[in-house]
Design a protein around this ligand. Structure first.
Ligand code: ZN
Length: 109
């Protein structure tokens, strides 16, 4: 039996608010483990943008692939070396935006 990945959405997250300020973006979704933190976007608005949802679902998978702390470390290292856009984890997440299979076995709570 395939195991489900239970993903929680956290609206009005202060962590996402901090990220929004840093990225100078009005709305932000950021993933920490199995939780997608939202700022400036409601749960409903977020779920109605399949590309965005798939992008963040890819990050949830990355956290699970490497483990929580290891992924944070690798992500920071990639960002420092390649910047945000060319960070290989962001490249993969952007590719996933058009790939519905990234949502397979993911259950949004
Ligand atoms: Zn991303």
């Amino acid at each position: 039996m395939a195991s489900r990945i239970h993903v929680r959405l956290k609206e009005q997250s202060w962590l996402a608010k901090l990220a929004a300020w840093k990225l100078k973006s009005p709305s932000v979704a950021m993933v920490l483990g199995d939780v997608i933190h939202l700022h400036g976007v409601s749960r409903e608005e977020f779920l109605n943008q399949p590309g965005w949802l798939r992008h963040e679902a890819c990050h949830v998978r990355q956290f699970r692939r490497y483990g929580f702390w290891r992924f944070l470390y690798l992500y920071a290292w990639e960002s420092a070396r390649n910047g945000y856009y060319r960070n290989k984890f962001e490249v993969e997440a952007r590719r996933s935006e058009n790939d519905a299979s990234v949502l397979q076995d993911i259950l949004i709570l």
